[in-house]
Ligand binder design. Structure first.
Ligand SMILES: C[S@@+](CC[C@H](N)C(=O)[O-])C[C@H]1O[C@@H](n2cnc3c(N)ncnc32)[C@H](O)[C@@H]1O
Length: 319
C-alpha cells in the first residue's frame, strides 16, 4: 500500500474530529440492527454457544455498538466479545470515550497483551490494543495500519467470529478490486463455521455527477492523472465533505461488481437493499427510518441498483 492509503486514514481522522458523530450520533438503521440480530441468533442457535465473538472491521467511532448493547440487553445469558478494529485512531478514541460515558471500565485483558506492537501513547503510530468491559460485554480495541499485510491483520485480530461486520461502506474504502477480494477471503477464514459476514455498501446511485467526472478521467487519463490518484477502476471516485476539507476515496459498488468480489472470495451471499433513503436523513428521523426499513425489506434484489442508497450483503460461512 502506500501514501495514498494513508491519506484515506487521515481523511477519516479529520472527519471523526470534525463532525462524524454529530452527523450520525451513534445511531444504526433498524433494518441493519434487525439483520445483525437475525444472524447472531442463527449462529448461537446452530452452535449452542453462549459466547458471541463479533468482529467490527472498520468500527470507526462505534456506531455498531448500538446493536451490541441492544443484543446484550435482550440476551443477558450471552457473553459478547467485540473486536473493534480500525486504522483511524480518532475513531477508536471516540468509541472508547463513548463506552466510558456508559460506565465501561478499561482493562488490559491477557488475551490481547500479545497483540501490542510498538505501543505508542499518542495512538498515531503502531498499535494500541486494550479492552473495555461492562456486564456481559467486552470490547477489545485494535488500532490497525493500512500498510499491514492481511496475514498480519489476521494474526492480530484472531478468528472464530460468529459475526463479522464491515458496516457502512468499510470495504469501499479499500482501494483495488483484488485487495477487496482478498479482504473478503480473510473474512471467510476468520469467521466461524455457521457464522455470518454482514456488510453494507454505498451504491452507484450516489454521487452520479462525480462518477461521470471520474469515468471521463479514466477514459482520458493522460490529461488528468494528477486528479485520478487511486480512483483508477470502474466505480472508484473521490468525494468531498466539510466544504472540501475532507477528500476521500470511495469504491461504489453495483450488484454485479459486488457479486464478483463475493464469488472470488467463495462467499455464497445474499445481496439486498440496506436503505433506500439517505443515511443522514434516516438517522435523524426514526419514523422515516422505520418506513425505509419495511420498504427496503420488500424491495427485490433486482431493484438494488436502481433504488438503494446502500446495499446489504449477508454471507453465511459453512465448512
Ligand atoms: C463510513 S466509516 C464506517 C464506520 C462504522 N463502521 C460506522 O458504521 O459508523 C468507514 C470506516 O472504515 C475505516 N477504514 C478505512 N480504510 C480501512 C481499511 N483499510 N481497513 C479497515 N477499516 C478501514 C475508516 O477508518 C472508517 O472508520
Amino acid at each position: 500500500m502506500g501514501k495514498d492509503n494513508k491519506a484515506i486514514v487521515e481523511a477519516w481522522n479529520t472527519y471523526f474530529e470534525k463532525s462524524y458523530d454529530q452527523r450520525y450520533h451513534y445511531t444504526m438503521l433498524p433494518r441493519n440492527v434487525w439483520v445483525l440480530e437475525q444472524e447472531a441468533t442463527r449462529y448461537l442457535e446452530k452452535t449452542s454457544n453462549s459466547t458471541l465473538r463479533i468482529l467490527d472491521f472498520g468500527c470507526g467511532s462505534g456506531r455498531c455498538f448500538a446493536f451490541v448493547e441492544q443484543y446484550a440487553k435482550k440476551y443477558p445469558g450471552i457473553t459478547i466479545e467485540v473486536l473493534a478494529y480500525d486504522p483511524a485512531c480518532e475513531g477508536l478514541k471516540r468509541y472508547s470515550e463513548h463506552l466510558t460515558k456508559k460506565f465501561f471500565t478499561q482493562t488490559d485483558g491477557p488475551d490481547i497483551s500479545d497483540r501490542h506492537k510498538e505501543p505508542n501513547p499518542d495512538g498515531q503510530k503502531g498499535y494500541r490494543a486494550f479492552s473495555m468491559k461492562k456486564g456481559n460485554i467486552t470490547v477489545n480495541f485494535v488500532h490497525g495500519d493500512v500498510n499491514d499485510t492481511l496475514e498480519y491483520i489476521k494474526s492480530i485480530i484472531g478468528e472464530e467470529f460468529g459475526l463479522t461486520t464491515a458496516m457502512f461502506g468499510v470495504l469501499s474504502y479499500i482501494p483495488g478490486k483484488e485487495n477487496r477480494q482478498n479482504t473478503l477471503a480473510m473474512f471467510r477464514q476468520i469467521t466461524a463455521n455457521n457464522g455470518s459476514i454482514v456488510m453494507t455498501h454505498p451504491t452507484r446511485t450516489r454521487f452520479l455527477d462525480i462518477q461521470a467526472k471520474y469515468k471521463a478521467y479514466r477514459a482520458d487519463p493522460a490529461n488528468h492523472m494528477q486528479d485520478l490518484g487511486l480512483a483508477v477502476q470502474e466505480g472508484d471516485i473521490y468525494y468531498e465533505r466539510e466544504g472540501g476539507k475532507v477528500k476521500n476515496y470511495y469504491h461504489l459498488y453495483d450488484t454485479s461488481d459486488l457479486q464478483e468480489d463475493l464469488d472470488a472470495a467463495h462467499l455464497p451471499s445474499q445481496i439486498q437493499v440496506s436503505n433506500i433513503g439517505d443515511m443522514k436523513t434516516l438517522v435523524d428521523n426514526p419514523i422515516l427510518s422505520r418506513v425505509d426499513e419495511y420498504a427496503s425489506w420488500l424491495t427485490p434484489r433486482s431493484w438494488v441498483d436502481c433504488c438503494a442508497t446502500d446495499s446489504l450483503s449477508i454471507s453465511r460461512v459453512s465448512r
